[in-house]
Ligand binder design. Structure first.
Ligand SMILES: Cc1cc2nc3c(=O)[nH]c(=O)nc-3n(C[C@H](O)[C@H](O)[C@H](O)COP(=O)(O)OP(=O)(O)OC[C@H]3O[C@@H](n4cnc5c(N)ncnc54)[C@H](O)[C@@H]3O)c2cc1C
Length: 527
């Protein structure tokens, strides 16, 4: 029987161990962690792969785990402060409306549905996808007098749900959207790992050892032995490093570190705002993560059912005074945690490989660039899913087979993450502080805009070759086109008249469905 040992029991450790054991019961999975070494305690907004991971990979319904971890649904991202200090911007996730729901709600105007189907068939590699087409039409004045927000609303169906604080489930819990794709979650980072452990990992048979790993022995590129505090030793076929920033295993193996450039952020100050008598959850709970441009970096605010998680992400190498940043954050969010903000620092970068020898790195151990765009757990869950699929198909897969698959996939994801983070944080038209002027200067010197456009073209090509339609609705390039006015690559505008009909139809449909949905306050029974 293949033996896998996971070191670390943070969110990534429990996600990885549980996903493997639940789906590959023939694999022996042990998790080793030290309960006295705290987890990182941040990482609370997720991407739209997460519903698939929680439901189809871990086998959990939302009812089972969401209340335990104070989770809320996420349908969009609010992004103020990026085009100007006082600018507003709302994006929506690409929700999918179930066919039965659309039919029973009389959206089935046959001609329009037919047009939509035709639109979905647009060859998005050679001609540009529908979203590129809409963006180009918008930029060329071919969509009439639609606003940027109209464009976002039609490309990201979650827009109206987010803007109007609407629920994606009705008061009976019936789904108004496809329950496995499109939306995402916010959850409490201190609770979610344990919840997955109790609901999936332990019942599936993951063995748990609470002890400190004190030494890691290697033999060439492989880990041969872990020694624990009590002197006992552990061997395995595969070791998985989920020890967070400690990187206990990977640093002993010749993984290749790829540092980010010096303009990447490397620090954050963080603090929770508990909803108490003065902060009524009815006013605070939303289905938006807030990612806001600040004078010297950016800030996040993540709404849970009992508190929000807040932080200011910045680059300590630019010499900012942390107390001043804390004052700036406090003045925007209207509070200072009683014990002050917690300071977290990292070395921005990642390992080129996910696996070397018999060692796999997941979560923070695999690297960390910038929390923007919730990329760390997104990468972990996607790659774990690939690992599970491989082991299910062939339980005897060699370590080399596994490494080839994981390392190949990771290459694409890392490039995508790098482009998303850099383009969102460096192409802002703001010039009112030294920070934005510096970012603009770096962007210009590195031809970032040109790189970004080339990336969109390459991403299309990749998705097209893989028969995927997933990334073509990526909010990033829509957001950048609308917010920063970036001209997307040329697309074939001959389809514009049909695309305009689809645009208007989709906008009306999204708005109508959101209007019929209950408010979040009704859904969470708040006054
Ligand atoms: C400011 C900030 C914001 C972030 N926001 C997001 C976000 O919004 N979305 C997102 O997806 N990600 C985000 N992340 C990343 C996210 O926090 C992590 O991906 C996630 O928490 C997983 O962490 P982890 O499990 O890899 O490590 P950790 O949570 O740090 O867990 C490490 C584990 O290793 C164990 N350990 C350490 N040393 C030893 C030892 N010697 N022996 C035994 N056990 C040991 C510890 O006990 C612990 O169990 C953010 C990160 C930061 C810094």
């Amino acid at each position: 029987m293949k033996r896998i040992v996971v070191v670390g029991a943070g969110t990534s450790g429990w996600m990885v161990a549980s996903a493997i054991k639940k789906n590959c019961p023939g694999v022996d999975v042990t998790i080793v962690y030290d309960s006295k070494i705290p987890t990182v305690g941040v990482g609370e907004t997720l991407t739209f792969f997460m519903p698939h991971f929680m439901k189809n990979v871990l086998g959990l319904s939302d009812e089972q785990w969401m209340p335990q971890v104070k989770a809320t649904y996420k349908t969009g991202v609010s992004m103020p402060g990026w085009t100007a200090k006082d600018s507003e911007y709302q994006s929506g996730f690409c929700l999918d409306f179930p066919a039965e729901f659309l039919a029973s709600n009389k959206f089935n105007n046959l001609a329009q549905e037919k047009n939509c189907a035709d639109m979905d068939q647009i060859d998005h590699y050679t001609k540009g996808g529908i979203v590129d087409l809409w963006c180009s039409m918008y930029q060329n004045g071919l969509l009439g007098d639609v606003t940027g927000n109209d464009l976002i609303a039609s490309t990201g169906e979650g827009y109206y749900f987010s803007r109007d604080r609407k629920s994606i489930r009705d008061l009976n819990g019936t789904w108004l959207v496809n329950p496995t794709v499109g939306y995402s979650y916010h959850y409490n980072a201190d609770l979610v790992g344990q919840s997955i452990a109790e609901l999936v990992g332990k019942p599936s048979g993951v063995s748990v050892i609470d002890s400190t790993v004190v030494s890691v022995e290697t033999d060439g590129d492989n880990i041969s032995l872990l020694t624990l505090k009590d002197g006992s030793t552990i061997t395995a076929d595969i070791f998985v490093d989920c020890s967070g920033f400690h990187r206990l295993l990977v640093k002993k193996i010749p993984f290749t570190w790829e540092p980010c450039d010096e303009y990447y952020n490397d620090s954050a100050i963080v603090g929770p705002l508990h909803y108490d008598n003065t902060d009524n959850p009815a006013h605070c709970i939303s289905s938006n993560s807030t990612l806001a441009g600040m004078d010297n970096g950016w800030r996040f605010s993540i709404p849970l059912t009992n508190r929000s998680g807040n932080g200011y992400v910045f680059n300590s190498r630019l010499g900012h005074n942390v107390d001043q940043l804390a004052d700036e954050l406090s003045s925007v969010i209207g509070f200072t945690p009683p014990n002050g903000f917690r300071h977290i620092k990292w070395d921005p970068g990642h390992y080129k490989e996910m696996m070397v020898g018999n060692c796999i790195a997941f979560g923070l151990a695999s690297g960390f660039t910038d929390p923007f765009d919730a990329n760390n757990l997104s990468l972990t869950t996607r790659i774990v899913k690939e690992l599970v699929d491989l082991l299910k198909a062939n339980p005897a897969s060699s370590n080399l087979d596994i490494a080839n698959l994981l390392n190949f996939r990771a290459k694409f994801y890392y490039r995508d993450i790098d482009m998303r983070v850099k383009s969102c944080l460096r192409l802002s038209p703001r010039r009112d502080t030294e920070y934005y002027r510096l970012m603009a200067d770096v962007a210009e010197k590195t031809y970032l805009k040109e790189q970004f456009i080339e990336h969109i073209v390459n991403t299309r090509k990749r998705d097209f070759n893989n028969q995927q339609k997933f990334l073509w609705k990526s909010w990033t390039h829509v957001a950048l086109a609308v917010r920063y006015g970036i001209k997307l690559p040329d697309v074939d505008l001959s389809l514009a008249p049909l695309a305009k009909q689809y645009f208007n139809f989709n906008k009306t449909r999204c708005l109508t469905i959101a209007n019929r949905a209950p408010t979040l306050n009704e859904y969470y029974h708040l006054n």
